[in-house]
Design a protein around this ligand. Structure first.
Ligand SMILES: Cc1ncc(COP(=O)(O)O)c(C=O)c1O
Length: 288
């Protein structure tokens, strides 16, 4: 991983320079791809929506039968300490918990779990991408433990080459035509009657998704339920959500335009509302 010489990371109980942030090869993340993580933005030293991310981190760990070797308070304190130490303008912190060091390379030893925190500078999506929207393809796949944010992104990474060849931006997973999520984002459609709909099965509960649902429900009818590929092509608008991209208009699926084939007004109004919510959350955190 590229790392700036001045950054610090937290590895198995210690703050260390990022250039020395290593795990032993016996770690179950390396041996078997066993682990969970969470990722949130840091604005200067303020984490955004940190309580939601901590909730999800503990839930991912529980679903994967991993014990977080730190209390929630200590975890939050360590995040803040790391953010203050690194003091970056805009960055993301990845909280990572793996099955840890294992003597036989298979069986987890609970007291050997590896808790890691790394922080890297972050660049948000350029306005030109929001203005043009993204073009995507579908692919039949469901993540193994879809409710957990596990470290297994094998399918998404394998599909990068095909995306490059086709000149597309992302891939939407579905099972027998019922869509779920992107490798790293949630998915929404806006029906012709302005109902905002998002899948609720076989996907991760994104924090951006949760905030967008709350915001959308103040202005539009909202549904969490089944969305088919057919629904997407019949929709007025579509967009994805995640921590680094906020809301990004999706204008084409498998070569067919969605709605007018341009970013839609509901999507853009929700993006504006989300940016306001972000600012309010950061302002509130800086007062506490
Ligand atoms: C599989 C998956 N779905 C959805 C998301 C979006 O979640 P969030 O809005 O919390 O970033 C992510 C985030 O990386 C993800 O990995």
């Amino acid at each position: 991983m590229p790392s700036s010489p001045d950054l610090y990371a937290f590895v198995r109980g210690e703050l260390v320079p990022l250039t020395h942030a290593y795990l032993h090869v016996s770690d179950l993340a390396i041996q078997r791809g066993y682990g969970v993580f969470d990722y949130f933005r840091i604005h200067e030293t303020q984490p955004l929506f940190v309580e939601d991310h901590l909730d999800r981190f503990y839930e991912s760990a529980r679903l994967m039968q991993l014990d977080v070797p730190m209390s929630r308070e200590a975890l939050r304190e360590t995040v803040l300490e790391l953010a203050q130490r690194n003091n970056l303008e805009l960055s993301g912190i990845k909280l990572l918990l793996t099955g840890g060091y294992s003597t036989d390379g298979y069986t987890p030893v609970p007291e050997q779990a590896s808790l890691v925190m790394i922080q890297q500078p972050l660049t948000m999506v350029e306005q030109s991408v929001v203005d043009r929207g993204i073009r995507i393809m579908s692919h039949e796949y469901v993540r193994e433990v879809a409710r957990a944010k596990t470290i297994n992104y094998t399918m998404g990474i394998r599909l990068l080459q095909r995306l490059r060849e086709l000149g597309l931006d992302d891939v939407l997973y579905h099972q027998q035509g019922v869509v779920s999520e992107f490798p790293r984002s949630n998915f929404f459609i806006v029906r012709q009657d302005n109902t905002v709909v998002t899948p609720a099965q076989d996907m991760l509960f994104g924090i951006t998704r949760k905030k967008v649902l709350q915001l959308a429900s103040q202005q539009y009818p909202v549904e969490e339920g089944v969305v088919t590929l057919h629904d997407v092509w019949q929709a007025k608008e579509a967009f994805l959500t995640n921590t680094t991209k906020r809301l990004l208009p999706v204008v084409e699926l498998d070569g067919q335009p969605i709605g007018t084939g341009k970013p839609g007004e509901v999507t853009l109004s929700l993006l504006a509302a989300f940016q306001e919510l972000e600012q309010a959350a950061l302002a509130k955190a800086s007062v506490v």
